[in-house]
Structures are given as C-alpha cells and as structure tokens.
Design a protein around this ligand. Structure first.
Ligand code: ACO
Length: 378
C-alpha cells in the first residue's frame, strides 16, 4: 500500500466496505464467491443460480430457481423507447458499450414505482437483451425476440444469432458469466456502491457502473488483448511484437492487476473453458497461439517491470473464450457487463442495507489566498 499521510493514490490497499459476496486474495491467487471457490461455482452453477446465490447468500431450492428463471425470462423484452434509442445509437455508429450505457439509463421507463428486487431482476434480464439487440442492429439484422423457454445464457446466444445454441456453448458462456459475476471492490462495483450510498436508485447505479467498466484499465481490455494475438499471428513473432509494444510505452492488454500479484484465478478457469471449447470445435490453433503469447508476455513483463509481478489477468482468456463462442470483439465488454450486473446489484443491496454514505476526503494542493483581479484588468 502506498500511503502518504493518509492519502492512498487510487485508494490502493484501502478497505472501504465489508462484503459477504466475494473474497479476493491477490497473493494466493484465490477468489471465493459467496463461500464457493471460483472453479467450483463457475463449472457447476447456472447463471440464474449464481444470481440467486449472490442476492440471497445461499443456493436456491428447485422451486426458487424455477421461479427466478421464469421471472427473468418474462422481464426480457425491452421498452419500445429503449429499442428506438438502440436504433438511433446504431445509426450514429455508437460503440456497443456506450449504447449499453445509454439504454441502461432508460430501463425503468414506465416502471418507476417497482420495488428494488423487481427492478434488479428487470435490469439483469434486460441488459442481455440490450447487448443482443445492439449486436443485431450493428450487423444490419432485425433483433431476435427473447425465447422465454431458454435459460439466461442460452437465450442471450439465441438472441445474437437466431439459432438455438449447443449445450457446450451455453455451458461455456455460463462458465464465463459466473466467473466474472463478482470480484470484490473493483472500480465499477465501487462506482455502483457510491451511487446507491447516496440513496439514489439501482438504475442510476448500474448506469454508472457500466461507464466505469468501459475503460481499458478495467473491462475494456479483452478486445485489444485479442487484437494483439491476431496481430502476432504466429508464435515465433510474439516476442518481437510484444517487445515493440513495451518499447513504445504501451501496456500489454490482459496482463497486470491491482490486486493479483500471481496469475488471476479467473484466467485459470476461463483458460480451461476456452481449451474445452476449441477442442470441441476441432481447431486448437488459436488456443495454442494464445498460450504462447501469454508465456512470452509474462516473461517480457518480468524484465520490463522487475518486481511488479505482472501476470495474466481475467481479460486475456475472456477474449479467447468469447471469441470461441462466436462473439464479436466489440461486444466482449458488454458481455462482461451481463455477468457483472448481478454482482453490482448484490453490492447495491449490501450497501443499501449496511452501508454509510461514501464520502472520502481530498487533500488540497492548490494555491491559497489568491488576489482577485477584476475582469476589466485581466
Ligand atoms: N503492460 C505493461 N506495463 C504494465 C502493465 C501492462 N499490462 N500493467 C502495469 N504495467 C506497469 C505500469 O506502467 C506501471 O509502471 P510504472 O510504475 O513504471 O509507471 C507498473 O507496471 C504498475 O502499474 P500500475 O498502473 O500502477 O498498476 P495498477 O495496479 O494501477 O494497474 C492495471 C492495474 C490497470 C490492470 C494495469 O496492470 C494495466 O493497465 N493492465 C493492462 C490493461 C488490462 O489488462 N486491464 C484489465 C484489468 S482486469 C479487470 O479490470 C477486469
């Protein structure tokens, strides 16, 4: 932790909330989500089970799970004004993360008096519909209406293509959504908590969190990470391309983390899921290339920033897995938001129940006692 008389740039090392939602141990490379080691939750839970777990602190019974699935399915269709907005955003060539932020802000249109839990379900259900609708419109295709018979993950893949996805693809996406569902007090979660801490509302909190997630230092890295793998193209070019980026002062996307000083445990889970997906598709070339790029990047970063322990983070294998699932690069970060929305909302509930107004202080470093110069004399 680097503090200077109570000042910690970037709040590094500061504990600003207590939570029962997830535990991140950056030195051991451990992530616990509501009591489950990540690998156990990610591989076994449906996304709806993960949502219930985070919002209730326990796994659902069969009836509770069936009820939640049905409620989410019924809440999927978007208000007409939201669809109209997405048409406008597409015409204006708005990037999908900005379109998601704009559309998310409209989500309580016409349902302003709903209770928090119904609003939260509506947000989880509709964020996926917004991302799929944006994708279809950007492809010049009509949006695909949600299918209430499908699970959240299966329906999202269905709305992207209009075709029923294979079980393996649904499992791959579900593993991804569970893996990113929550992760301590990351920047977007903190943003959401700050917003509800003022007794503002859930739609405002999620809209703000989406804005925070967009940046390349947070959720915006997987697209550029995959671009780098494609740019490298062949394992024997990895060292030269990556070294040139470092020499030019660029950051290698998908590497380094504020908390993890060892390999991000999510990279482990997503790497295994990606390997399964590429193996099932019968073409391991991209997976093998990515493994080699990862090994080279970690080796070069150790020389470039000795002692910083810059290791693979979640975004590197996110890129590979989502690409393997057939998603376009420009909806990688919005798809991250589909999973993380459930975690943001769980943190909002915690904050609303136990939290205080979040209001840190700043240290003034400006001038004191300035002389006022009237406008005519300037
Ligand atoms: N490539 C090259 N250099 C790096 C990288 C990287 N990926 N990551 C950190 N560094 C360097 C920094 O330039 C800095 O050097 P300096 O102290 O000489 O200026 C040093 O290592 C420490 O980096 P900080 O930015 O202080 O580390 P911080 O904890 O603030 O940053 C972050 C973490 C933002 C994730 C950083 O590692 C990074 O930019 N990575 C690339 C982007 C990325 O993958 N983002 C996704 C993160 S995962 C997530 O949010 C879901």
């Amino acid at each position: 932790m680097s503090t200077n008389n109570g000042y910690a740039p970037g709040l590094e090392g500061i504990v600003a909330a207590e939570t029962e939602l997830s535990h991140v141990d950056g030195l051991k490379g451990e992530l616990i989500i509501a009591g489950f080691p990540l690998a156990r939750l990610a591989a076994n839970a449906t996304f709806e089970e993960a949502v219930f777990l985070l919002w209730n602190g326990r796994l659902p019974t069969q009836i509770e799970l069936a009820d939640l699935k049905q409620e989410l399915a019924e809440l999927r269709p978007l208000p007409i004004a939201t669809v109209d907005l997405l048409h406008e955003a597409t015409k204006a060539r708005t990037n999908p993360m900005d379109a998601l932020r704009m559309a998310a802000a409209t989500l309580d249109l016409g349902s302003g008096s709903a209770d928090s839990l119904t609003t939260a379900k509506m947000i989880v259900a509709r964020v996926a519909t917004i991302v799929a609708t944006t994708h279809r419109l950007r492809q010049g295709e009509e949006p695909v209406a949600p299918d209430p018979a499908l699970s959240h993950a299966a329906n999202f893949l269905f709305m992207l293509t209009g075709e029923a996805p294979s079980d393996a693809r649904v499992r791959g996406l579900e593993t991804y959504l569970n893996t990113v569902v929550d992760h301590g007090l990351n920047a977007s979660t903190f943003a959401a908590r700050v917003i509800v801490a003022t007794q503002s509302d859930l739609v405002s909190a999620i809209t703000g969190a989406i804005g925070a997630l967009k940046g390349p230092l947070h959720g915006g890295a997987p697209g550029p990470a995959l671009d780098t793998v494609f740019e490298i193209g062949r394992a024997d070019r990895a060292e030269a391309v990556l070294q040139a980026k470092l020499d030019a002062g660029e950051r290698l996307m998908g590497f380094g983390h504020r908390v993890y000083k060892v390999r991000d445990p999510r990279a482990e889970v997503l790497g295994a899921a990606a390997e399964q997906m590429f193996r099932a598709d019968g073409d391991m070339a991209l997976y093998e290339l990515a493994k080699s790029v990862e090994e080279t990047a970690v080796r070069l970063l150790a020389v470039h920033k000795p002692g910083r322990n810059l290791q693979t983070n979640v975004e590197f294998y996110t890129a590979l897995l989502l690409h393997g699932l057939g998603l376009d690069t420009d909806i990688f970060t919005p798809t991250f938001a589909i999973g993380r929305t459930a975690g943001w909302l769980a943190h909002c509930f915690e904050q609303m129940k136990y939290g205080r107004l979040i209001r840190p202080q700043s240290r003034y470093t400006g001038v004191m006692d300035r002389v006022w110069v009237p406008i005519g004399q300037r």
